[in-house]
Design a protein around this ligand. Structure first.
Ligand code: FES
Length: 199
């Protein structure tokens, strides 16, 4: 694949695309544009190592659902979850919205900068892209980042640095809360409702 004009679904993704289109009533297949673009971005990651949507891939999706290219492009360019240019192997999406800011997202940004990541850019080795984003819905465990498909929560400068170092070494750091919380349980353990009511 060079200019991506020969992009086509894998057999598995072709079946998944049909399933996704089938979720919508006849004549409304264009409603499947978002999951199809998402599926295409995953396939690009699997085939090229980079999760993004070149123009021919967006055209391919638009053609399948009878949608003008420009409308599919409007969707792809509206949502930050679609990457319209190549990104690094690890897409670090750092939440800078108020709860994360109050809990130290500046320190997390500093950890990224000190590791050589720059906001809106990809590192020279192609490993990391850093994007500042709005709330990712994990405010209870702020500050947090999303890296590819996983959240890393309750971060500090030190834990953020160690996560980036681990990824650089090809390791798989533990996801979720970095201080051992289960989901969004209170930090330090339960303070109320400590005992189950019998019966
Ligand atoms: S404010 Fe950061 S996850 Fe909601």
């Amino acid at each position: 694949m060079s200019d991506f004009s020969d992009f086509a679904w894998t057999a598995e993704n072709a079946a998944e695309a049909q399933r996704l289109i089938g979720l919508y009533p006849p004549g409304r297949q264009a409603s499947a544009v978002m999951p199809l673009l998402w599926l295409a971005q995953y396939q690009m990651r699997d085939e090229t190592g980079v999760a993004w949507l070149p123009v021919p891939v967006i055209e391919y999706v638009a053609n399948q659902i009878g949608m003008p290219y420009i409308r599919a492009y409007e969707v792809a360019s509206f949502y930050t979850m679609y990457n319209l240019k190549p990104i690094g192997r690890y897409h670090v999406q750092l939440c800078g919205t108020t709860p994360c800011l109050l809990r130290g997202s500046d320190e997390i940004m500093k950890a990224c900068h000190d590791k050589g990541l720059k906001k809106g850019a990809t590192t020279a080795d192609g490993l990391f892209t850093l994007t500042e984003v709005e709330c990712l819905g994990a405010c209870a465990n702020a500050p947090m980042v999303q890296i590819n498909d996983h959240n890393y929560e309750d971060l500090t400068y030190a834990t953020m640095r160690s996560i980036l170092d681990a990824l650089e070494r090809g390791e798989t750091p533990a996801t979720g809360s970095q201080i051992g919380r289960t989901a969004s349980c209170p930090e330090g353990g339960a303070t109320t409702l400590k005992e189950m009511v019998g019966g």
